[in-house]
Design a protein around this ligand. Structure first.
Ligand code: NAI
Ligand code: BGC
Length: 261
């Protein structure tokens, strides 16, 4: 727990499920005031808000599509109107869809880039503008992936969006460091969330994924939420422009484990 997070205000995008939900709940436990953004899962978002309130935090659910500029502006305004400020912007919303690259249409490509990369651009830059206007030394946290650096066939749009987030985050970190605004990425490996539900429901594909993780464990959302809390906290006050990977060793060339190669 980080006691300085008490009463700080955060927006978490895509917070009705998976990693966003776990982060919103963790922020709630820290005593933060949380804007729980959702795209279409209104009921689930309301439940997240209820859980936050039960654990001592405050929350509101706000519908917004992170790929739409006016929606992101409304999201930032809702934090201001409801809680008076914005200290932490957690750009978590993301989508993925398996399609061999030679069959991928421009529409498929644009959809993933719009949510994952442009959505993160909008969330980061609008939050930074608000922080600059209000003299806030805030923390921007972006949900990247191991695929920020690991190529991923059939997911070229997704891997490109996460690769783009590396430069987005590093550039913004450099640009706004003089204002005390920190910008960092989290880079998870394979985590137990709805995005992986189909894959992990089949024991064969789950085993296949496990074989790519040196620690031989699928990650749990709470193991990623703890990184978000750290990056939001004063314990990370000198940390900016990094990607903090949490992947059980997935990107360490697992094929070389046990001295192969
Ligand atoms: P998820 O599918 O449960 O979460 C994604 C959330 O984003 C959903 O609640 C969805 O409704 C929301 N969303 C989608 N489009 C949106 C839009 N236009 N506006 C607002 N919200 C939107 O899956 P998960 O795993 O929790 O994904 C969250 C983030 O974590 C994504 O950015 C994903 O790329 C990233 N990630 C996930 C990993 C995993 O293994 N689960 C590993 C690495 C990164
Ligand atoms: C994807 C997951 C995948 C993980 C490791 C994440 O970015 O969302 O589906 O399991 O990377 O490959």
């Amino acid at each position: 727990m980080y006691k300085e997070l008490q009463d700080k205000v955060a927006i978490v995008t895509g917070a009705a499920s998976g990693l966003g939900k776990a982060i919103a709940l963790r922020f709630g436990k820290e005593g933060m005031k949380v804007v729980v953004n959702y795209l279409s899962k209104e009921k689930e978002a309301a439940e997240v808000v209820k859980e936050i309130q039960n654990s001592g935090g405050e929350g509101i659910a706000v519908q917004a599509d992170v790929s739409k500029e006016e929606d992101v502006e409304r999201l930032i305004s809702s934090a201001h109107q409801e809680f008076g400020t914005l200290d932490v912007m957690m750009n978590n919303a993301g989508v993925q869809k398996e399609i061999p690259s030679h069959e991928m249409t421009l529409e498929d490509w644009n959809k993933v880039i719009a949510v994952n990369l442009s959505g993160t651009f909008l969330g980061s830059t609008k939050a930074i503008a608000y922080m600059l206007d209000n003299g806030i030394k805030g923390s921007i946290i972006n949900m990247s992936s191991v695929h920020e650096i690991v190529p991923w066939p059939h997911f070229v749009h997704y891997a490109s969006s996460k690769g783009g987030m590396k430069m987005l985050t590093q550039t913004l970190a450099l640009e706004y460091a003089p204002h005390g605004i920190r910008v960092n990425n989290i880079g998870p490996g394979a985590i137990n969330t709805p995005i992986n539900a189909e894959k992990f429901s089949d024991p064969k594909t789950k085993e296949d994924v496990l074989s790519m993780i040196p620690m031989k464990e699928i990650g749990e959302p709470e193991q990623i939420a703890s990184i978000a809390a750290f990056l939001a906290s004063n314990e990370a006050s000198y940390v900016t422009g990094i990607t903090l990977f949490a992947d059980g060793g997935m990107k360490l060339y697992p094929a070389f484990q046990a001295g192969r190669g």
